[in-house]
Ligand binder design. Structure first.
Ligand SMILES: *Cc1c(COP(=O)(O)O)cnc(C)c1O
Length: 472
């Protein structure tokens, strides 16, 4: 492709992008293609000769777009969001154009130093203590793996890195029953094993019961096990429950256990002074993760990982083959030693663009509006006798179900499952579900970048109508 052709296509593409953003609400939120439908439309063999970019765009529009679920549609209420914003998209264009691989300081000093500064900005925005240092990871799952590997090395005096797990004894990791599956993945990968992941029961509000945690840890220690890490969550995936950091932290402190906090979604709420209570006990935290790629309008992927003892992190991950020896080593941050991959994208540029164009106050306004919408939705649901709220609404997740009179629990579960599929198949909105105490629960997250109370009012109307039509 010549430079002139690039310029032409790039301009056309920007038109396409702006048009998409303006019209995203007209697309069905959830793609309705069948398994294999897209695969079968793509030729089995690659072209031998050059094709035009125009023909690619034609196929993109005809083949690919019908198979896209539109996460940027404000009627996307499922899972947690993967929000983007114009500022983030523009920065992503620059990142792709530079094409830098930022594995060490020397391979793009600006990327390393901007990342260092952005992590300070974020740390201060969410009010983590100033001892914390941060690094961008690709996902919260990777950050939690990094935390558990670091905790493993710390509790075994770095012997697993050298000797393997054989001599380490039985390490234990603790989290609540509501913790994200990334913790289970991390204990599997780290060699600790998922039998050694202890799921602590939750209280009525679905947060971890610290008394049960304490009893379990003491029992494990008495039987010769080695408690190595506790994972507390701020904003669980099911209901956005907030685990009590202070109570958990005191137990970790007394027993010399690494405390990792998974705030993948909830962390963004910490930019609001009125949510700082979630960090009560923050002096006990060893590592902390949150995802600007969820609720801070920075397109996927961009995870912020903070750690108090950065030397332990680096000691866990550092490698120094001859070809990576540089004259600046030790004077600068070589982020390849701060996590799993060697190669790294220039993600800090997205954060810089987002934080500067929104401003901290702009980010706060957006996040506050999402939280207010969740509160209003929860009130609207509470007013209907044939619906019930199933978990406290702390940030922007509303858990509820339809409970028409005269139906058994099994029938109600089946009805709510049917309701969920029917709503999602309509293309007008997208909800996901969880199961709480045996109840099929609809879960509505009001945190898409551009969601407004009008979207939510319309969605709620559709939910009520559809639910009632199921039994009439
Ligand atoms: C989304 C989420 C994760 C996983 O995040 P990824 O960045 O997709 O790995 C982990 N924990 C919680 C609480 C989450 O909400």
């Amino acid at each position: 492709m010549t430079s002139d052709e690039f310029r032409k296509h790039a301009h056309e593409l920007v038109e396409w992008m702006a048009g998409y953003m303006e019209n995203v609400e007209n697309w069905p939120v959830k793609s309705s293609v069948k398994p294999g439908e897209i695969f079968n439309k793509i030729p089995d063999k690659p072209p031998q000769n050059s094709e035009s970019f125009d023909s690619l765009m034609r196929d993109f529009n005809e083949i690919i777009m019908p198979g896209i679920t539109h996460w940027q549609n404000p009627n996307f209420f499922a899972f947690f969001p993967a929000n983007t914003s114009p500022a983030s998209i523009l920065a992503e264009m620059l990142i792709a154009t530079l094409g830098s691989q930022c594995m060490i300081w020397e391979t793009s000093p600006a990327a390393a130093e901007l990342e260092e500064k952005m992590m300070i900005w974020l740390r201060d925005m969410i009010e983590l203590p100033s001892e914390f240092e941060g690094v961008i990871q690709d996902s919260a799952s990777t950050a939690t793996l990094v935390a558990i590997l670091t905790a493993r090395e710390k509790s075994t005096n770095f012997s697993v890195n050298t000797e393997g797990l054989k001599k380490s004894g039985s390490l234990k990791v603790y989290c609540s029953e509501q913790t994200h599956s990334s913790v289970e993945k991390a204990v599997k990968i780290s060699g600790i094993g998922n039998r050694n992941l202890v799921k602590i029961p939750v209280r009525n509000d679905f947060s971890m019961d610290p008394q049960k945690l304490k009893e379990t840890i003491l029992r494990d220690k008495n039987s010769g096990q080695i408690p190595c890490c506790v994972v507390a969550t701020l904003g669980t995936t099911g209901t956005s429950a907030i685990d009590p950091v202070r109570a958990i932290g005191e137990i970790c402190h007394d027993n010399d256990i690494w405390l990792h906090v998974d705030a993948a979604m909830g962390g963004t709420a910490l930019i609001l002074p009125e949510f700082q209570w979630m960090l009560d006990g923050k002096e006990y935290i060893d590592s902390f993760v949150f995802n600007p790629h969820k609720w801070m309008f920075t397109n996927f992927d961009c995870t912020a990982y903070f750690v108090k003892d950065v030397q332990t992190l680096i000691k866990t991950f550092e490698i120094l083959p001859e070809y990576l020896k540089t004259r600046t080593r030790g004077k600068v941050n070589d982020y390849r030693d701060w996590g799993v991959p060697l190669g790294r994208r220039f993600r800090a540029l997205k954060l810089w663009s987002v934080i500067r164009t929104f401003g901290v106050n702009g980010l706060r306004d957006k996040v506050r509006s999402h939280i207010a919408i969740a509160a209003e939705l929860s009130e609207m649901i509470s007013e209907e006798l044939d619906f019930e709220i199933l978990a406290p609404v702390t940030i922007c997740v509303v858990c509820f179900r339809y409970i028409p009179a005269g139906h058994s629990e099994d029938q109600i579960n089946a009805l709510n499952e049917k309701l969920n599929h029917k709503l999602n198949d309509s293309g007008k909105l997208y909800l996901s579900h969880t199961v709480l105490d045996g109840r099929y629960t609809l879960r509505m997250v009001t945190a898409q970048t551009n969601v407004t109370i009008d979207h939510v009012r319309k969605a709620w109307f559709l939910i009520k109508e559809t639910a009632r039509s199921l039994i009439s």
